[in-house]
Write a protein that binds this ligand. Sequence first.
Ligand code: NAD
Length: 325
Amino acid sequence: MKDEVVLVTGSMGCIGAWVLRHLVDQGSKFVATDLGDDPVRPRLLLSEDEIAGINWQKLDVTDTAAVNNTVEKFGVTHIIHLAGLQIPFCRANPPLGAAVNVVGTVNILEAARQNGVQGIAYASSLAALGPPELYPDLPVRDDVQTAPTNLYGVYKVANEETARIYWQDWQIGSIGIRPYNVFGVARDQGMTADIAKAILATAAGKPFHIRYGGDIALQHASDVALTFINSARAEYQGAVVCNLRNDVTDVQTFVSKLRDLNPQAEISCEEDNILPFPADLDDSGLRSILGDIPHTKLEAAIQQDFEQFSALIEAGKIDLNQLDN
Ligand SMILES: NC(=O)c1ccc[n+]([C@@H]2O[C@H](COP(=O)([O-])OP(=O)(O)OC[C@H]3O[C@@H](n4cnc5c(N)ncnc54)[C@H](O)[C@@H]3O)[C@@H](O)[C@H]2O)c1
């Protein structure tokens, strides 16, 4: 790790903020990039001194030359590519969604090719798959047929296929990771952010309605971030796309755990609105590469989030307006 320089894109997002938390803890050398210039989410996880010590670079991943220049200028050896627009934003502006999610990923792979980057982990999504009934063989393997039901998922499939060709034609290796429902402090936008918001509401003593129910795979943001770091460092020789699993449960069970934490919490969920993705996911592909996969058990993860949110509320450091959906 001595000569390692990690480029993080989307570092002001939820997973990005947690990647920064871990890279700071590990004493790693890294460049934190984002389109934005106000690290609101990283501030939830890092002290002002830590924020001040980070090498921040404003970078729009749709800008081919800027991506290449950044990788070259800082001698980047590993990339964690998280920048992206989530489902509602892709639906609201499909051309922008394609520019950021598809062209942005091509730019990352191309910059890696031009500059001899050694390891890449990029964010795909479980939204690359179709509804659960398409996958009768459980748990669902990494290599099942993709069948996205929204543009965001289509863009993620394009990324997976682009990565495959970058390996085939130029031996640029990568691991694409397909998170399902990432939750934790700093998760505040996207269709599945309601799980994290429900924990925030429990800590704030406010009512909250999760807009979906049914089976779900829950992945703690801190664990997901570590998984991305470990995947980039694996310097995988090939182009692979991997499921994450961690806690497979149902939203009703999750809600009951919040009631255990704070019996006064008025948390509910929309039991009849089932998310159109399979939840029983096989993560043996990623295990075969990484060995262990970081996994904080659900109860412990909820407890950690509850305590962290409570401290942030107490300090007046978190915006509770996000609970208005
Ligand atoms: N959170 C989840 O549950 C989940 C599930 C599956 C996949 N993913 C994928 O993981 C990645 C990270 O997710 P997240 O929850 O941290 O997302 P997020 O929405 O919290 O953060 C995304 C970040 O990307 C940045 N960004 C947007 N456009 C950009 C551009 N043109 N150039 C550079 N940066 C830009 C935003 O400013 C933001 O900081 C995304 O690609 C997302 O699609 C997330």
